[in-house]
Design a protein around this ligand. Structure first.
Ligand SMILES: C[S@@+](CC[C@H](N)C(=O)[O-])C[C@H]1O[C@@H](n2cnc3c(N)ncnc32)[C@H](O)[C@@H]1O
Length: 202
């Protein structure tokens, strides 16, 4: 992304995150697999926004890095974490330009963010034995012509193809994989949900 695009993206997300509610429920795939989380260790909520996943991870006892391009979202999250005594370290980074750093984590959560060139770095950032939770939109071939939600979302770079998420992480051990079906009545897009663990070095 060019410097100009990065500023535009930060401004767009700052505006969105300025008015949104903080402390909403974490993404479904994390909520439904909480029993897999270790009791302690280091976690990363990547492209965290207002940090709904980071909050849950920290409440669970993990030391959590929360990374996003939006300084407004991160300032709100840091203040919430401080108020609630949660171990959340906010990191303001353009991850498309600068990557995710060289830290390693026991748990990584990504929800509703897709930048394919980063997927290998996400894999590398998982410790051996570490767990990845990933949930984001899928472009469902069978429903594309039928479902408004599929077309409303715009840029195909931001959608997974069907079954792509598990293929992208096929050297991890897939513990859970599910793709929802788009619901035309509620205008809901399809999402893929993955839980995977690193059982061999990458
Ligand atoms: C749809 S929101 C999802 C937020 C959060 N993961 C959640 O599920 O609530 C996408 C997030 O990606 C962040 N983002 C977009 N481009 C980014 C970039 N280049 N670097 C870091 N964060 C970025 C936005 O600021 C936004 O918070």
């Amino acid at each position: 992304m060019s410097a100009f695009d990065a500023i535009a993206s930060r401004n767009k997300w700052n505006q969105r995150h300025g008015g949104r509610e903080l402390g909403t429920p974490a993404c479904e795939v994390l909520q439904t697999h909480l029993s897999l989380l270790p009791a302690q260790g280091r976690a990363l909520d990547l492209a965290c926004g207002l940090g709904r996943n980071a909050i849950l991870l920290a409440q669970h006892g993990l030391q959590c890095d929360a990374m996003d391009i939006s300084d407004v979202a991160l300032a709100r999250l840091a203040s919430y974490a401080n108020e609630h005594n949660l171990s959340i370290n906010t990191l303001c980074t353009d991850i498309e330009r600068d990557g995710i750093g060289d830290q390693q984590y026991d748990v990584i959560v990504v929800s509703y963010f897709l930048y394919r060139p980063l997927l290998n770095a996400i894999n590398l950032a998982l410790k051996l034995g570490g767990l990845l939770f990933y949930q984001t939109f899928v472009r469902s071939a069978s429903a594309t012509n039928l479902n408004k939600a599929q077309t409303k979302l715009g840029n195909p770079d931001f959608y997974l193809a069907e079954n792509e998420l598990q293929a992208q992480f096929n050297d991890l051990e897939i513990r859970y994989y599910h793709e929802t079906v788009p619901d035309q009545l509620s205008d809901t897009a399809a999402v893929a949900m993955l839980v995977a663990s690193k059982t061999t070095p990458h």
